[in-house]
Write a protein that binds this ligand. Structure first.
Ligand code: SF4
Ligand code: SF4
Length: 83
């Protein structure tokens, strides 16, 4: 997503939702609140799975998780549109 611009350059920001699996107890709260259905619990592997392409970095899951198991990491890319 483009978050900042000036006359010549656009800064593209790419979110990545990090799951700290050792903190997650698979309580099931965050998948219920995710507006894009990006979160799913895989009980077979005992892990919370993230579809990164569906995540729009709204931070709802980060807020509702009372175990601090979720964090959004950002990387930035400078992009210069062709004239
Ligand atoms: S709310 Fe937190 S503890 Fe519960 S499933 Fe989501 S990440 Fe895991
Ligand atoms: S940040 Fe928002 S869209 Fe992304 S996984 Fe969490 S609740 Fe879903």
């Amino acid at each position: 997503m483009a978050v900042m611009s000036d006359e010549e350059k656009i800064l593209l920001a790419h979110p990545h939702l990090l799951v700290k699996q050792d903190r997650c107890d698979l309580c099931g709260v965050c998948p219920k609140y995710c507006p894009t259905k990006a979160l799913n619990i895989d009980f077979a592997s005992g892990r919370l799975l993230v579809s990164q392409e569906k995540c729009m970095a709204c931070y709802v899951c980060v807020i509702v998780c009372d175990r601090g198991a979720l964090e959004i990491l950002w990387t930035y890319e400078s992009y210069t549109p062709s004239p």
